[in-house]
Design a protein around this ligand. Structure first.
Ligand SMILES: NC(=O)c1ccc[n+]([C@@H]2O[C@H](COP(=O)([O-])OP(=O)(O)OC[C@H]3O[C@@H](n4cnc5c(N)ncnc54)[C@H](O)[C@@H]3O)[C@@H](O)[C@H]2O)c1
Length: 300
């Protein structure tokens, strides 16, 4: 018995990198997998079908079933077709892993309008559009009286949680995905759908400049292998994670941090309006005890 036997999953951006390992692992655990990928470059250009086709071949060679989908996840209709393909091909949808993404890193003062628009579109709309259409499918099943468990696993980033210079577009999208995860978890919980997100670190073409050499230098356990990340995603996709929703996990190697949400680091209160001058005088009290390491403050 595999942990995902009988489940039907979609993994977006599953032709390469982390998504590829998520699709292969979930298939090896018994899921039928729609391998979505437009086959774009890191910057989001081009359309190579081969990586997604290869993943489906590997899934079939491993004894499970899968199918390629080449929709752009940031297209409303493309996302609708993606969910419809899962239902038409395998009868239902149980698991949606939103993973597809691109990068256009630039400092804010150098960023082009298209760099902003494309990164926000692919990540943020590319997470919401499949989630919307999956939610429509699940709500209809719930209203028809069916009992089932649905899962969404989103892909955020530490850049979105803490901010990273040179990634205004990417961090804004990834922070938005963390917030979107909370909203979807609140909205869909009543239908038996759990929604979580991960903030991974792994060596892929997206990060080879960052982690490439560092990871290769290590012997033994490869902390930057994207297969490490896939394990957590498969667990979150399973029935075993029925009591986990609305969470964001930083994950790499054998390390997992459950991040919780935003939390208060200081406070001041009164029963009357503050003036700007009074706030200037009270700022020390407001930030009392805040460490210099807490973003975005750098209080000495
Ligand atoms: N690698 C890391 O350390 C790291 C860190 C934080 C977050 N992430 C996130 O993890 C996810 C996967 O990244 P990766 O490192 O595996 O990158 P990757 O470039 O190896 O894979 C991304 C895949 O998404 C596909 N894609 C791009 N635009 C698409 C679209 N519109 N529709 C469908 N598919 C599309 C690409 O063709 C590619 O196959 C991304 O969301 C990324 O932002 C990665």
């Amino acid at each position: 018995m595999g942990m995902l036997d009988g489940k039907v999953a979609i993994v977006t951006g599953a032709g390469r990198g982390i998504g590829r390992e998520e699709a292969l692992l979930m298939a090896s655990l018994g899921a039928k997998v729609i391998v979505n990928d437009v086959g774009a470059s890191v910057k989001g250009e081009g359309g190579d079908k081969h990586p997604a086709e290869e993943v489906v071949e590997l899934i079939k060679a491993g004894g499970s079933d899968g199918a390629v989908n080449a929709s752009d996840v940031s297209s409303w209709q493309g996302a609708k077709d993606l969910v419809a393909q899962a239902v038409d091909t395998f009868g239902q949808l149980d698991i949606l892993v939103n993973n597809a993404g691109i990068l256009r890193d630039k400092m804010s003062f150098n960023m082009e309008e298209s760099d902003w628009d494309d990164v926000i579109r692919v990540h943020l709309k590319g997470h919401f559009a499949p989630s919307h259409h999956a939610a429509v499918h699940w709500r209809a099943r719930a209203k028809a009286g069916e009992t089932f468990t649905g899962r969404i696993v989103n892909t955020s980033s530490e850049s979105g949680l803490f901010g990273n210079a040179g990634q205004a577009n990417y961090a804004a999208a990834k922070g938005g995905i963390a917030s979107l995860t909370w909203v979807l978890a609140r909205e869909l919980g009543r239908y038996g759908i759990n929604v979580n997100s991960i903030s991974p670190r792994a060596r892929t073409r997206m990060t080879e400049d960052l982690f490439g050499e560092m990871a290769k230098a290590e012997e033994g356990f490869d902390k930057f292998d994207p297969r490490n990340v896939a394990q957590l995603v498969a667990f979150l996709a399973s029935d075993e994670a029925a009591d986990i929703s609305g969470q964001n996990f930083i994950v790499y190697g054998g390390d997992i941090w459950a991040m919780g949400g935003h939390h208060v680091v200081g406070e001041i209160h009164r029963d009357s309006m503050w003036t700007p001058g009074e706030l200037a005088a009270a700022k020390g009290e407001l930030f009392k005890g805040v460490s210099s390491g807490v973003p975005p403050f750098n209080i000495a």
